[in-house]
Write a protein that binds this ligand. Structure first.
Ligand code: 1CP
Length: 324
């Protein structure tokens, strides 16, 4: 999940040194610094490179900007002809600062800290490209996919190619594990979930593993409910990241003998803190942590999270023992 960000005063300070958010992502000095901040402060086991899933549309030539307080904005793609404006050939060059950031992080991080690269899954990235930003109902993107699936497939296929190439290059620049975020997978009926989310992710995993068979891949199909089981069986990933709503006993029974699980504390418990946070953490550890498991949040940390609550959480996770 996201671990850098506005809840850290040192992030807000570095962020103010960049022209804007994209500039922080694409300036290796700044991106390295914000990646290291949560590691320095908390001694976490993994460092997720500082970037954003919308770097890919940006590198493909779409206009992307981040408005203060309003989230990401993109000049939307609405017609099949609009895909001609994208230039996959220019992508590798545009993403070079990300690879430089990874190379530097590999040199600067302690050996025992895993460097995690990531990308958005094709559907989630396509949803931003078509809607022009975040959306409540994804009406434009979903309607396009229902009305003209062969057109929409061209966008998804383009993103499968771009994302697989991007993740392979991240491994070659030093990423030691990869996470694929399908944050908006939970909006589709079963057939479309398979077509627009599961199949594209499976193809990306296949291509990355073909080049780098040993690279661990974590998939986050947020909000897919019992369809998590199809992802466990079919995606080819090593681990699944559980969103906050997935019941722990169900996950233990249906998923954990197939893949490593990661998750799934409600990020808002880090705002609330106190006994509720301790209890929520304890329940997750007791249910899942005696088998292959990565403790994590069920979604990205919020700017309102308290740094003291994060410190308490980490202490509790580190102190936990099976049967304790
Ligand atoms: O160090 C880290 O924490 C890693 C950096 C990281 C990651 C993994 C950022 C930085 N973004 C992401 C992934 C990401 N970005 C996802 C997938 C994970 C998830 O579901 O949260 C998504 C959907 C985005 C898109 C995005 N970018 C959003 C969400 C908007 C929405 O639709 O609700 C936002 C707010 C951003 C901007 C952004 N990206 C990252 C940060 C720290 C921020 C906030 C900008 C700032 O505070 O300066």
């Amino acid at each position: 999940m996201r671990q850098a960000g506005r809840y850290l005063p040192e992030y807000r300070e570095t962020r103010a040194r960049g022209r804007d958010f994209l500039d922080v992502c694409l300036t290796p000095d700044l991106a390295v610094e914000v990646t290291l901040q949560p590691i320095r402060r908390y001694g976490l086991d993994g460092a997720i490179m500082f970037s954003d899933i919308l770097i890919v549309p940006h590198a493909l030539g779409q206009k992307v900007w981040f408005e203060e307080g309003a989230g990401p904005k993109l000049e939307p793609l609405r017609l099949i002809e609009d895909l001609k404006q994208l230039s996959p050939g220019a992508m590798a060059q545009a993403l070079e600062p990300v690879y430089e950031t990874l190379r530097r992080l590999r040199r600067e991080l302690p050996r025992e800290v895993t460097l995690i690269g990531f990308a958005g899954a094709p559907w989630t990235v396509a949803s931003y490209m078509v809607e022009g930003g975040t959306s409540k109902d994804f009406a434009l993107a979903k309607t396009w996919a229902y009305r003209a699936p062969e057109e929409f497939a061209r966008l998804i296929d383009l993103l499968v190619d771009a994302t697989a190439d991007y993740l392979i290059a991240q491994v070659e620049a030093g990423a030691e594990a990869l996470q694929i975020f399908d944050s908006w997978a939970g909006v589709w009926p079963e057939d479309e979930l398979r077509r627009w989310c599961l199949e594209p992710i499976k193809e990306i995993v296949r291509r990355v593993k073909n080049r780098h068979p040993d690279i661990p891949i974590i998939v986050f199909p947020r909000g897919v409910g019992i369809m998590y089981e199809a992802f466990a069986n079919e995606a080819g990933a090593d681990a699944l990241s559980l969103d906050t709503t997935v019941p722990l006993s169900w996950a233990r029974e249906h998923l954990q003998d197939k893949v490593v699980l990661q998750g799934n504390l409600d990020p808002l418990l880090l705002v609330a803190g106190g006994e509720k946070q301790r209890q929520g953490t304890r329940v997750i550890l007791d249910a899942l942590a005696d088998r292959p498991f990565i403790f994590n949040l069920g979604h990205g940390i919020t700017p309102q999270a308290s740094t003291d609550h994060v410190a308490e959480l980490i202490e509790q996770v580190r102190a936990w023992r099976p049967g304790s």
